[in-house]
Each structure stands twice: as C-alpha cells, then as structure tokens.
Write a protein that binds this ligand. Structure first.
Ligand code: AR6
Length: 179
C-alpha cells in the first residue's frame, strides 16, 4: 500500500486536470445522458461515445475503462450505480462501483482518481447514505492498492461537499485524510 490521500473537492468532475482518471456516473448503455455523464461526454467529444459503444451494456456495480479522448485525463472509468429503490440491494451495488473502479484504476497502474457522488442525482440515492458507502468502501480498499496515491471525491453542491467532508472525517484515519 502506498501513502494514500483521500480528499474532497467542490467542483465539476469534467474539470479535474491533475488526476489520471475520472469516474463517470454512467447509464447502462454508456450513452452521454445528463449530469455527470453529460458533462464528461461533452468535454471528451464524440470519440468517447464511439469507444463506449463496444463496451455496453454494463450491469449495476460494474466498472469499465476507456481513454479520456479530449479530456485532460488519460482515462475515464464508467460505473453504473444502482437506481435507489429499484436495483437492490443498493448498498453492495454502490460499494461495488467504488471497489471495482479503484481496482481497475490500480490494475492499469494509475496514480490518481476522481469520483463523483455516484447514484445521488437522477438515480436518487440519499446523499448521506451514499457518502457513508463511498467512504467505507474506499477505507476497505486502501490496503489492496499498489499504485493509487490520490483519491478525490468531487461534489457539485456545497451541501453535498459538506456531507462527504464529514463522512471522510468520521470514516477514515487522520493519516489518509487530505485537505
Ligand atoms: N460534476 C460533479 N458532480 C456532478 C456533475 C458534475 N459535472 N453534474 C452532476 N453532478 P448524476 P446518477 C452530481 O445524475 O445519479 C445520467 O443521465 C449530481 O448533483 O449525474 O448516478 C446518466 O446517463 C449528483 O450528486 O448520476 C444516468 O442515466 C451526482 O453528481 C444517470 O444520470 C450524480 O448525479 C445516472 O444517475
């Protein structure tokens, strides 16, 4: 295990130029869509949707990797989060997204990764529960990672940022917490 930092940022997932890979809160068919997926595909250009076509469909909890195309990041990892109240049990499916994305990035030798709050928009997952699952899954995954040294959680609203910041403060040891 490297010395890993887990940090929280308020901002746009498609504007994280200093990380190797950003995570997309995708739909099963890996089409552009709205929210995170819309922002990532708009910034990446049509080449991303073309590359995605061969990898779709994906299942809830699954993660697949593509190039970043016109994004400043080398790669995008696409995760399908659970639709809250529909894809059950939702907690392990959401945890699978974070675990599988971290393992996939690490297997590709990537050093830094940024996640949005998967499933908490169109898919309706309550933000507090989602933050707890994200942080607990990251905490459980840390000892397995060989290459990743920076894990960033990117939140779109000050309220969501606050929720994730508190989840990090209670769910991770001080040595791992970034600013
Ligand atoms: N950067 C960071 N976070 C964002 C951004 C952004 N640019 N835009 C929205 N969020 P969502 P889901 C926040 O709906 O719930 C799409 O149509 C947002 O406030 O993007 O997993 C796909 O095609 C929320 O907290 O993802 C799928 O059909 C969180 O990111 C479906 O929505 C996730 O919101 C996926 O739904």
């Amino acid at each position: 295990m490297t010395d890993i930092v887990v940090e929280c940022r308020l901002g746009n997932i498609a504007d994280q130029p200093d990380v190797d890979v950003i995570v997309n809160a995708a739909n099963a068919r890996l089409l552009p869509g709205s929210g995170v997926a819309g922002a990532i595909h708009a910034a990446a250009g049509e080449g991303l949707a073309e590359e995605c076509r061969a990898l779709a469909p994906i299942r809830p909890g699954q993660a697949v990797i593509t190039a970043g195309h016109r994004l400043p990041n080398a790669h995008v990892i696409h995760c399908l989060g659970p639709v809250y109240g529909v894809d059950e049990p939702s907690r392990p499916l959401l945890a699978d997204c974070y675990r599988n994305a971290l393992r996939l990035a690490d297997r590709h030798g990537l050093a830094s990764i940024a996640f949005p709050a998967i499933s908490t928009g169109v898919f309706g997952y309550p933000i507090r529960e989602a933050a707890e699952v994200a942080v607990a899954t990251i905490a459980d995954s840390l000892s397995l990672l060989q290459h990743i040294f920076k894990i960033r959680l990117v939140l779109f609203s000050p309220e969501d940022y606050d929720v994730f910041r508190k989840a990090i403060a209670t769910g991770l040891p001080p040595a791992v917490r970034g600013s």
